[in-house]
Design a protein around this ligand. Structure first.
Ligand SMILES: [Zn+2]
Length: 388
């Protein structure tokens, strides 16, 4: 049965200098309103011990806009400012429900610059997108079509650290699940290969990544040498962000292809829990990049599995996937990271990553109670539940 899912389509766009200035001003106002409202709520909670409602913070915004020190807030579209208050409201709701930590202030340097427009503040017609307070439509590169008949309810405009501009349009889309598959696969994400499968296949890193990583390291060293607060430092920071964005983009494209394929071919997909990776002390650049793509891979697998009727099993965080022989189940002492191949007492010769992927699959099958794709028996002591 087809299901309707919410999905965001993101596109790059190229603002005119006037649009860029208007948007930069709007981003600044969004940040200010968010931070001021957060401050007011925190004070109210501290002094009076009570929560502030959305209606109250909205009334505050009206007062700020009326004039005086913050009168300039009335010069940008009011919708993104209202939306900032809604986002804050949601952040507090998540905090009180213990789903998230206490809302943090937005920083000009560290937070993503963005503004959300609702229906009343944008017009979307015949492939053109026009925002409130702007005379010309945005020059959007529609790199892939929106689904037939899509009616975006909001538009979020953002600019990343590399200075690139994006619009994101959430739309409802009908997804038809794939017919059931027989296969199951375990996935190990690493550094030398992007991913290793329990089938023995190694999916290589994206092309050019080694070179890009070297460039990134060089740009980071250059940044470290620049004087704090100087113009050259800002330039060097932008350079780092640009190289990083290129690596991340190529990885994301690659990961989309890989995850779509894994979901298409397999009924059950097993991966390791993130906490394992966090315990690794070695924070090399390659490791940082691999960790980031691990998170992304897992996120993609999660939603694609849900869309297409597959099962994603996340294996226990204490599972010693690389130290366990996938043939006999014997556990050996820690294996140094540079050892890529080892021989078990039972005679089995293991590629480190393939062996890990096989163990992840076996543990995943034990956890999900799924019997398909037999071959490896999980070791009793290590198949404890705990992963989700
Ligand atoms: Zn063995």
């Amino acid at each position: 049965m087809a299901q309707v899912v919410k999905r965001a389509y993101r596109y790059r766009f190229y603002p005119t200098p006037g649009q860029a200035a208007e948007l930069a001003r709007t981003f600044g106002c969004v940040r200010l309103v968010y931070n001021k409202a957060l401050e007011a709520r925190a004070r109210e909670y501290r002094v009076e011990g009570r929560r502030v409602s959305y209606a109250e913070s909205s009334a505050m915004l009206t007062r700020w806009k009326r004039g005086g020190e913050f009168g300039f807030l009335s010069e940008v579209s009011c919708v993104p400012l209202q939306q900032a208050l809604r986002h804050l409201q949601a952040a507090f709701a998540n905090f009180f429900a213990r789903r998230a930590g206490y809302p943090a202030f937005k920083s000009r340097k560290r937070s993503r610059s963005s503004a959300e427009y609702t229906r009343s503040a944008f017009r979307w017609r015949d492939g053109t997108l026009r925002l409130a307070k702007m005379d010309a439509p945005l020059d959007v590169r529609w790199s892939r079509p929106l689904p037939e008949g899509a009616e975006p309810s909001t538009v979020t405009v953002s600019r990343d650290a590399a200075g690139r501009w994006f619009v994101s349009l959430p739309v409802e889309e009908k997804i038809t699940p794939l017919p059931p598959a027989d296969a199951a696969v375990g996935v190990d994400v690493g550094i030398t290969a992007l991913a290793t499968l329990s089938t023995g296949e190694k999916i290589p890193n994206p092309r050019h990544e080694r070179r890009d990583r070297r460039r990134l390291a060089k740009a980071q060293r250059a940044l470290a040498r620049k004087e704090k607060g100087s113009n050259n430092r800002a330039k060097a920071r932008l350079k780092v962000a640009r190289v990083y964005a290129r690596i991340a983009d190529r990885r994301r494209d690659h990961l989309h292809k890989v995850t779509t394929r894994l979901v298409r071919e397999n009924q059950v997909i097993a991966v390791e829990d993130l906490a394992v990776r966090n315990m690794v002390k070695n924070r090399s650049l390659a490791r940082a990049v691999a960790d980031a793509s691990w998170r992304e891979l897992r996120g993609m697998l999660e939603y694609k599995a849900a869309w297409y009727g597959r099962t994603l099993v996340v294996v226990d965080r204490w599972f010693p996937s690389s130290r366990l022989c996938s043939a006999c189940g014997a556990l050996r002492e820690a294996i140094p990271l540079n050892v890529r191949e080892w021989t078990c007492a039972c005679g089995a010769v293991h590629d480190r990553d393939v062996n890990a992927a096989r163990n992840v699959l076996a543990a995943g099958q034990a956890e999900s109670g799924n019997a398909c794709g037999a071959g490896v028996r999980p070791n009793g002591e290590t198949s404890s539940a705990g992963g989700r």
